[in-house]
Ligand binder design. Structure first.
Ligand SMILES: *Cc1c(COP(=O)(O)O)cnc(C)c1O
Length: 366
């Protein structure tokens, strides 16, 4: 079976974890600080704050940015649930805007229509590894005095107009979950150039405790600390980041060449002013393809090829998010949820895997 995702866990990762275990310092300590420093270097930000998941990074970032209960946060309905859940955790209200069908990212031209007096922030997601439309998003934010948060869970090492993901908005959030481009099992990271946001984030991840004064609790906080054990894994992974990114991009370009003439399949589009790090290689299976998406998945499975639907549901369908918007207003998100299909993309894919996946798809249409 060709699996959808598979992390690299090499001798370096194992040795790094063992070093921490032998040191006896297992909780958040110097290794977490080292991982934060590496993220600052990678993204070019002046601060980085580690957390224990991408979800806690988002929750922390929303708090750090001063978003309060009752505030509205504009975001995309076509993303992982954690993006919108983090807004709810903060007591704020997600407000969904439809996506741009060519990139699956939030349609920046539709953001202004939903700005109200209560809008405090825009939470953009770089879905599947390609940055959203930050020039337009930041311009709207300046005009309406909004904070912009970048959900960079899927876009580590991507660039937009020469700038690194994590440094495209006021605050960025990464996930280091096991299936992300680099991982430490579970983990997250916040990046920002704003010293106040960074300080508030460090407090929030540690029970609201003053950064320098123990047992002085300035606000409600959580235990969102990362451990040195996992940070060591993350540091080892970061050393592989360039290679992993290149490999994913080269698999994507093989797919794009091999699949480009299949009628009824729409391939992912990379825009010229940014890079795509292909956390997912996501096709659209349209009505003019000979098989339904479900039948195609079954067919691929029989050939030993895993595939997955990211994401099968538009987030406005989930009642706890309180945004049961009309299907019509989010029609592109609904169409994407009906058509999308992600193919295996990870560093262990060989040319022969890619070839068998491509020919499986090609053989259907002839
Ligand atoms: C993975 C992911 C998250 C959540 O990260 P966890 O580390 O799983 O908590 C948030 N947003 C997006 C877009 C993701 O892909």
């Amino acid at each position: 079976m060709i699996s959808l995702a598979r992390p690299i866990i090499g001798a370096e990762e194992i040795a790094a974890v063992i070093r921490v275990l032998r040191s006896g310092n297992l909780t958040q300590g110097i290794v977490v600080q080292q991982l934060e420093k590496r993220f600052m270097e990678l993204c070019g930000t002046s601060h980085a704050v580690a957390t224990n998941s991408g979800t806690s990074a988002l929750h922390t970032a929303i708090y750090a940015a001063g978003i309060l209960p009752g505030d509205e946060v504009i975001t995309t309905p076509f993303t992982f649930i954690a993006t919108a859940n983090a807004v709810i955790m903060s007591g704020a209200q997600p407000v969904f805007v439809d996506i741009d069908p060519t990139t699956f990212n939030i349609d920046a031209s539709k953001i202004e229509q939903v700005v109200t007096k209560r809008t405090k922030a825009i939470l953009a997601v770089n879905l599947f590894g390609q940055p959203a439309e930050y020039a337009a998003i930041m311009a709207i934010a300046r005009q309406y005095n909004l904070i912009v948060i970048e959900d960079a869970a899927q876009s580590i090492n991507a660039q937009y107009q020469g700038k690194m993901s994590g440094n495209l908005a006021h605050i960025g959030c990464f996930s280091l979950y096991a299936t992300k481009n680099i991982m430490c099992g579970e983990g997250g990271m916040i990046t920002t150039n704003n010293a106040v946001f960074a300080q508030r984030a460090r407090m929030f991840r540690n029970h609201g405790q003053d950064e320098y004064k123990r047992y002085l609790y300035k606000d409600l906080g959580y235990n969102y600390r990362l451990t040195d054990i996992l940070a060591a894994l993350g540091i080892a992974q970061l050393k592989r980041l360039k290679k992993i990114t290149k490999k994913r991009q080269s698999v994507a370009s093989y797919y794009t060449t091999a699949l480009k003439d299949i009628p009824g399949l729409i391939l992912p589009l990379r825009l010229p002013d940014r890079t795509h790090v292909y956390h997912q290689y996501t096709l659209r299976v349209t009505d003019s393809f000979p098989l339904s998406r479900k039948k195609l998945q079954e067919y691929l499975f029989q050939k030993g090829i895993q595939s997955a639907i990211y994401y099968p549901q538009v987030l406005s369908e989930f009642t706890h998010l309180g945004q049961k918007s009309s299907k019509k207003r989010l029609s592109e998100a609904y169409r994407a949820a009906d058509e999308c299909l992600s193919l295996p993309i990870h560093p262990f894919l060989t040319l022969s895997h890619i070839h068998s996946i491509s020919s499986a798809l090609t053989n259907i249409s002839i």
